[in-house]
Design a protein around this ligand. Structure first.
Ligand code: FEO
Ligand code: CA
Ligand code: CA
Ligand code: CA
Length: 606
């Protein structure tokens, strides 16, 4: 199949005007500098330097880095800081984030702190940790709520802000929805099954029109060990829970992370958590109605009829893409909105299509107890079990295995939805993950982005049509075939492993990468991780930002005037790679939130 051959017919779909207007096959001709009216900047080259680079006319400034004070009285950053210091400082490995405006010159930025790099968290690199070391790591996880103020036109951290808050791996939270209080969630410390300590591995995020923040728990399994070597069974294995943790060692000092002692503790993690950033005393709420899996982000939209719809990716090879539809409807300004994520229906996606066509139809399969084989005979004794073991429910109903669904984002026209499928070395390799229409490439080393249109623009519809927006690839190394990528990839915009995505209000699609940064072999010509901008009307993709050494670019939000863009630089210098970002010299590399502005004060990307 030639590179052009597999694109044939992509533009032929006739259903929603959108497909006809944006054939990928026409993007071939349109990929030229400055061809898109939507994008007013010149593409930048790749970088292997230890800096953030942006286009001509733009500037990038660090807003805050791991370990910086978020409250008055907090000590300055030092690797020697203890847990008490970390509780008053910005957490590590910032990821998804949302900017909430309070008034013209006051705002709050809510930022996920996904995990810790122990090689930098401790002066001893974490080889043997004390109880306070474990507590410090837990305090570096979670969410940072930071007030911002505008000073001479530039946003900066306000240490006096009364909303400044850290939510950590030991902040008290409430479980809500159908799984709250279920036996599966009870532990020796919490007989109610409703009072949960902490959130961790907070990957990406979402926000609601009623002003709350959604933080998504991803690789929670990595924190649990089992010192007794208990036979835990399939429901643990499916979530990657086994005898060893991923080296955090919390279980050595905190028994709830030892499944031999607390087998139900892992059931209390892997959820979406709703936080009210405007009330620093509020109790975060875990939303069991949105299912338990390795949540990437939560892309919320209000459907035309008022139902709230949340699209949710489960980032693991061969896992699935989900959709939640609220039972009740959104009413602007109503107090009842705060309970909308309490109850609703969860669905999982089944993609259909002919291999090689890169488009097709799809269905949302309902994950409701008693339906679609979700019955006691198949291991689902009640409604709570369907949510707690959502992955197994998805398999039961016949969901499509995907190439690691990361972020989902809804176009501002509310008609189309995009999801990054970051990569999958098991595609076409494991029997359970055969090549299929929507995951067309064996071992998928570069990733791709799928988009779909709900039928008739209705996000509660059970059906949709999809196409592949871009297949990342390397047309310099692979002259033809799927490894070269779709025709909107060229030598000047190559990237791999799309992960964070988001739209601005004008419909520019921003794409962030978490890929291989070797710049060699299959990845030659791609440089460090980066952020690109794309115009969905033409398919054109243009590089906008490059990150420092060994980082990932993740996390994206804007001020409401779209003149300041906040972008996350995560784990610069991971695995002891030679980065000293952002301070330079011999400084410890630190994850940071970077603010992008235009020197002429204009709208980002325009
Ligand atoms: Fe935390 Fe799937 O990225
Ligand atoms: Ca991610
Ligand atoms: Ca990723
Ligand atoms: Ca990450």
């Amino acid at each position: 199949m030639s590179r052009r051959g597999f694109l044939k017919g992509t533009g032929a779909a006739t259903t929603v005007g959108f497909f006809a207007a944006t054939p990928l096959s026409q993007a071939v001709a349109s990929v030229k500098p400055a061809s898109s009216a939507l994008m007013g900047f010149d593409a930048i080259p790749i970088s292997t330097s230890d800096a953030v680079t942006v286009p001509e006319g733009y500037q990038a400034n660090v807003l805050i880095s791991w370990g910086d004070a978020i409250k008055n009285g907090a000590p300055a950053f030092s690797q020697n800081n203890d847990s008490k210091a970390q509780e008053m400082q910005f957490g590590d490995n910032n990821d998804g984030m949302t900017f909430f405006l309070i008034d013209n010159d006051r705002a709050v930025l809510v930022v996920n702190n996904e995990y810790t790099n122990n090689e930098y968290l401790y002066p001893h690199q974490g080889k043997s940790i004390t109880a306070d070391d474990a507590r410090k790591a837990q305090a570096a996880h979670g969410v940072s709520v930071i007030e911002l103020k505008k000073n001479f036109g530039q946003w900066q951290v306000n240490l006096d802000g009364r909303l400044n808050r850290r939510v950590t791996a030991y902040t008290e939270m409430e479980m809500t929805g159908v799984a709250a209080g279920h036996d599966l969630l009870k532990t020796s410390a919490d007989k109610s099954g409703k009072k949960i300590l902490g959130t961790f591995n907070n990957c990406a995020n979402g926000q609601t029109p009623w002003g709350t923040y959604l933080t998504c728990e991803e690789n929670f399994n990595g924190y649990f060990a089992d010192t007794k070597g208990t036979e835990l069974g399939e429901s643990y294995a499916r979530y990657g829970l086994n005898t060893k943790d991923r080296g955090y060692d919390w279980y050595k000092h905190d028994a709830r992370f030892d499944m031999g002692k607390e087998p139900n503790e892992p059931h209390r993690h892997g959820w979406v958590v709703e936080i009210d950033p405007m009330n620093p005393n509020s109790t975060p709420k875990k939303r069991s109605a949105l299912g338990r899996f390795k949540h990437e982000n939560a892309a919320l939209t209000v459907n035309g009829d008022g139902h709230v719809v949340v699209y949710l990716g489960d980032d693991e090879r061969g896992e699935h893409l989900y959709k939640f539809v609220s039972k009740n409807k959104y009413v602007e300004g109503a107090e009842s909105n705060r309970d909308l994520l309490e109850e609703g229906t969860l669905y999982v996606a089944k993609f259909e299509g002919t291999q090689g066509e890169l488009k097709g139809k799809g269905q949302w399969l309902e994950l409701t107890w008693g339906k679609n084989g979700l019955t006691p005979e198949n291991g689902f004794p009640d409604a709570a079990s369907v949510m707690v073991f959502a992955r197994m429910a998805a398999t039961q109903v016949g969901a499509t295995t995907m190439d690691r669904p990361e972020w989902v984002t809804v176009h501002p026209d509310n008609l189309s939805v995009f999801c990054t499928l970051t990569n999958n070395k098991y595609r076409g390799v494991k029997e359970s993950q055969p090549i299929n229409a929507v995951n067309p490439r064996e071992k998928n080393p570069y990733g791709h982005i799928v988009r779909w249109n709900p039928t008739a623009g209705n996000h509660t519809s059970d059906t949709f049509e999809w196409d592949i927006y871009v297949i990342a690839g390397n047309p310099e190394v692979h002259k033809s075939g799927l490894m070269a990528g779709t025709d909107n990839i060229n030598k000047d915009n190559m990237f791999n492993s799309p992960d964070g995505i988001g739209f601005d209000k004008s419909g520019r699609l921003w794409i962030q990468t978490d890929g291989k940064y070797s710049n060699k072999g299959d990845f030659a010509g791609m440089g460090n991780n980066q952020m690109l901008c794309s115009d969905p009307a033409t398919g054109e993709i243009r590089r906008f930002l490059t990150g420092p050494i060994a980082c990932e670019i993740t996390g994206l939000t804007f001020s409401p005037d779209y003149k300041t863009m906040f972008v996350g630089v995560q784990h610069p210098g991971e695995d002891l790679a030679p980065s000293h970002f952002p301070e330079g010299g011999n400084a410890v590399p630190r994850s940071s939130v970077v603010m992008i502005t235009r020197k002429d004060g204009g709208v980002i990307g325009a």
